[in-house]
Design a protein around this ligand. Structure first.
Ligand code: 5RP
Length: 219
């Protein structure tokens, strides 16, 4: 099976976690896109969706799914999204698609985070994938120095501007054995909007696409 076939399989499996008549939180990226396409097939059975990026909002709207502003929504049963890495404690690195801040905000309102990922995303210790950090443009160099002082090698993702008008620093060569502590520490750096560690609030369910089928990992 190709990586895309594995992504499609987990995205389709995630449809079973979508309750009828509800508003669903929707992530960003290629795996989330397969989920959005699946959601399109049941658009008359859900109330609508809150998107975590302009790209996902457009894809949802093109499929005729009603979009809600997060400010209109007090709670949602589920948020479904991909990940760049997930560890055995259900902590994740996200933000490969630069949507980390909205992903973190939208997912924080959901009662359950369903992570959909192909098996290549499963790691023992987070940090093989460079950790994305969204930064206010004025603070880019200063935040890069602070991230280097923590032991990482920040690289500016040149040419990328987030939906919030900010820039991304990707922190390379940065093993993260204690993701909860590192998430908080990086968020304390002045000029950081969010970092891509989803550890304080990790996934509740991980649907992992393997060549032998979709594995369901539950907390
Ligand atoms: C976007 C994300 C994505 O969920 C993450 O990058 C995984 O992407 P893909 O499903 O394309 O592999 O965090 O900001």
């Amino acid at each position: 099976m190709t990586q895309d076939e594995l992504k499609k399989a987990v995205a389709e499996a995630a449809l079973a976690y979508v309750p009828e008549g509800e508003i669903i939180g929707v992530g960003t990226g290629s795996t989330a896109n397969f989920f959005i396409d699946g959601l399109g097939t049941m658009r008359n059975r859900i109330r609508g969706a809150v998107a975590s990026s302009e790209a996902s909002a457009k894809r949802l709207a093109d499929l005729g799914i009603r979009l809600f502003d997060l400010n209109e929504v007090e709670t949602m049963p589920v948020y479904v999204d991909g990940a760049d890495e997930v560890d055995p404690g259900f902590h994740m690195i996200k933000g490969g698609g630069a949507a980390l801040t909205r992903e973190k905000i939208v997912s924080s309102v959901a009662r359950r985070f369903v992570c959909i990922a192909d098996a290549s995303k499963k790691v023992d210790v987070l940090g093989r994938f460079p950790l994305p950090v969204e930064v206010i443009p004025l603070a880019r160099a200063q935040v890069a120095r602070a991230l280097a002082a923590l032991g990482g090698r920040p690289v500016w993702r040149e040419g990328v501007v987030t939906d919030n008008g900010n820039v991304i620093l990707d922190v390379h060569d940065f093993k993260i054995p204690d993701p909860v502590a590192v998430e908080s520490e990086i968020n304390q750096i002045v000029g950081v909007v969010t970092n891509g560690l989803f550890a304080r609030r990790g996934a509740d369910v991980v649907l992992l696409g393997t060549t032998t089928g979709v594995q369901v990992l539950q907390r």
